[in-house]
Design a protein around this ligand. Structure first.
Ligand SMILES: NC(=O)c1ccc[n+]([C@@H]2O[C@H](COP(=O)([O-])OP(=O)(O)OC[C@H]3O[C@@H](n4cnc5c(N)ncnc54)[C@H](O)[C@@H]3O)[C@@H](O)[C@H]2O)c1
Ligand SMILES: N[C@@H](CCO)C(=O)O
Ligand code: NA
Length: 318
């Protein structure tokens, strides 16, 4: 089965995805063909070499510098109408990408994304639109990167009421707090996090708990199919003694909160570096899920899985 893919956004995750697809373009009976890539400088469309596009972006910062191919100045709607991919992959940091998703879903194009605000703020309308048009919307890497918490909740535990989740879902604050535990200043730790490619384009989203809040909201939508009524959010700017402190997201029916908490020494949530963790309590099970929560390849891994699920028209009950 040949599948046309349009990639929107070509930063850390987009370029890591290009590497994975270049290596694994034919898997599970699916043959992936990336027909367009878009960054802020424009869209390349046609029979370009993926790794060449990655190299041009890395060396010059702009896809439009890829000499021998035409560069198009498409609006998101023109991109959908002209290129007509089978799957639209959003790995950009465009907070308002939901309109582009709606164009695609209405045209029978599945959407895969690692971009949280569009899913956190427009979940219901996007899921409904996908179902009405017989296509899928997949967002594994919006929470815990490629660590499969979204697939776990959307495609499993279907007979279980999710009683409560406590989770560490932001890699940057975990990294910063663990560096501060080891004597680094907040500024030094921030600088180190920047070199890892895990900070948001606007790092205040990490520091002020906004990224973790979006993720908690997505987990609430997937678990309960509705908005939370109660929301609390606090970041880590006021943390002075970082020992055993982590930014904890709590999700239960009707309520989400994000706040720094001092954890006991034996807490499974006491992760470090870029690790994420989730404690999931249902009526009959108590689960712990741990894994990397940030970085180009580990995020692109979850995006790749979603591309295959979209190609195989994988049903997501929730
Ligand atoms: N890096 C990670 O560890 C990680 C993990 C999970 C999810 N994410 C999410 O995945 C997305 C990409 O992350 P990243 O680390 O690659 O970010 P990045 O800042 O490296 O790249 C984002 C890209 O999006 C492009 N972009 C932003 N707005 C655009 C627009 N309107 N039109 C075209 N291009 C636009 C930027 O130019 C940039 O190339 C973000 O939404 C991020 O929150 C990242
Ligand atoms: N900035 C995010 C990237 C992963 O979503 C984090 O630190 O967790
Ligand atoms: Na995930």
């Amino acid at each position: 089965m040949k599948v046309k893919v349009s990639v929107f956004g070509f930063g850390t995750v987009g370029r890591a995805l290009a590497e994975i697809i270049a290596e694994k373009r034919k898997v599970f009976g699916v043959e992936l063909n990336v027909v367009s890539i878009t960054d802020r400088s424009g869209t390349i469309w046609g029979d370009f070499d993926l790794l060449e596009a990655k190299e041009v972006k890395e060396s010059t910062g702009k896809l439009s510098n890829i000499g021998e191919y035409e560069v198009y100045d498409f609006s998101p709607q023109e991109l959908i109408e002209e290129v007509k991919p089978d799957i639209l992959v959003d790995v950009s940091s465009w907070d308002d990408a939901h309109e582009m998703y709606s164009y695609a879903l209405a045209e029978g194009i599945s959407v895969v994304t690692s971009n949280k605000p569009p899913i956190a703020n427009h979940y219901d309308e996007l899921i409904t639109l996908a179902r009405e048009n017989g296509v899928g919307i997949f967002f594994e890497s919006t929470v815990m990167a490629g660590t499969p918490i979204i697939g776990l909740l959307r495609e499993n535990l279907l007979g279980e009421e999710i009683v409560k989740m406590e989770a560490i879902v932001n890699a940057s604050t975990t990294f910063i707090l663990t560096r501060m535990e080891n004597g680094k200043t907040f500024e030094e730790a921030m600088e180190e996090a920047r070199t890892l490619g895990i900070l948001e384009e606007d790092p205040s989203k990490d520091i002020d708990g906004i990224d973790a809040y979006y993720k908690a909201k997505i987990l609430h939508w997937v678990s309960y199919g509705e908005q939370p009524e109660e929301e609390e959010r606090e970041g880590i700017r006021n943390v002075k003694d970082a020992r055993n402190v982590r930014l904890v997201a709590e999700i239960s029916k009707g309520r989400i909160s994000v706040a720094p908490r001092k954890l006991p020494d034996n807490s499974p949530l006491l992760v470090s570096e870029v690790e994420n963790a989730a404690l999931i309590k249902t009526e009959n099970l108590t689960l712990t899920l741990k894994g990397p929560g940030g970085g180009g390849k580990v995020t692109a891994s979850g995006v790749f899985t979603d591309i295959i699920k979209a190609a195989l028209k994988f049903p997501s009950p929730r």
